[in-house]
Design a protein around this ligand. Structure first.
Ligand code: ATP
Ligand code: MG
Length: 248
């Protein structure tokens, strides 16, 4: 079953087009990795799917519903609540304890009672190995712990589609490995997911497909090994990021 179909999507900022006609689909249990140089439009693409950046043309069909055609704010919020978006720079509420960060959307968006929301939150915190940090504030956590808390918050909503934007890129090497481990767990959950990442091993081992973008267009798409070997520009990009990771 198709979870997401993006058709000829165009989007940008203040009249400047960043995405110049993007089309692809994601099936219900498919894991898709998006790669491409800085500025190629990866974040803009993730944001355009739940219309956090407003598309200027094209269609976004999520579980049979054309998101781009929705005019009713309430209906749009309902659809967004089924799409789990993890921004590139984690967005935990700093004034809330970890547990409250996770229960907040459950209670406010899904109207789940406090006690039940806390049970769900603890289940996901446990899954990502940070149950014991539930009563701490984000500033008391390492970057990797914060990112796992953000993942717990996103997954606790039980979304039909996950959008993860470079979840390991801002982390120190040790935290990076902890979060990578969490991402392998997420990949095994069998949810539709789109993840922007430069983690080559993760892409090769856990992704069903890679989409490679340049300058707001998809220039290669398919089996991870095929895409990463498909043309000299992509090979040189991969060599560059592999070099950076070795330096880290
Ligand atoms: N809020 C914004 N306002 C105006 N222009 C923006 C905004 N966000 C991004 N852009 C521009 O859109 C283009 C694509 O940016 P985007 O963040 O989507 O790239 P990216 O592929 O995610 O890059 P990175 O790998 O650095 O995260 C860039 O030229 C960027 O300057
Ligand atoms: Mg980005």
């Amino acid at each position: 079953m198709t979870t997401l179909r993006v058709e000829n999507l165009r989007a940008g900022y203040k009249g400047e087009e960043v995405l110049h006609g993007i089309s692809f689909s994601v099936n219900s249990s498919e894991r898709v990795v998006i790669m491409g140089p800085s500025g190629s439009g990866k974040t803009t693409l993730l944001k355009a799917i739940p219309r956090l950046v407003e598309p200027s043309a094209g269609r976004i069909i999520f579980k049979g519903v054309d998101i781009t055609a929705i005019r009713d704010e309430k209906r749009l919020r309902e659809i967004r609540s089924r799409i789990g978006y993890l921004p590139q720079h984690y967005g935990l509420f700093l004034h809330m304890k970890v547990i409250d960060n996770v229960t907040f959307p459950l209670r406010v968006v899904k109207k789940i009672p406090k006690k039940r929301a806390e049970e769900i939150a603890l289940k996901y915190l446990r899954l990502f190995g940070i149950e014991d940090l539930a009563e701490k504030y984000p500033s008391q956590l390492s970057g990797g712990q914060q990112q796992r808390a953000a993942l717990a918050r996103t997954l606790a909503m039980n979304p039909d589609l996950l959008l993860l934007d470079e979840p390991t890129s801002a982390l120190d090497p040790e935290s990076r490995l902890d979060v990578l481990e969490a991402l392998y767990d997420v990949a095994r959950m069998g949810k539709a997911m789109i993840i922007v990442t430069h983690e080559i091993d993760f892409a090769l081992e856990a992704a069903d497909r890679i989409i490679y973008m340049e300058k707001g267009r998809i220039i290669a798409e398919g089996d991870p090994h095929d895409v990463l070997n498909s043309n000299p520009r992509i090979r040189s990009f991969i060599q560059k990021i592999a070099g950076n990771m070795a330096d880290a």
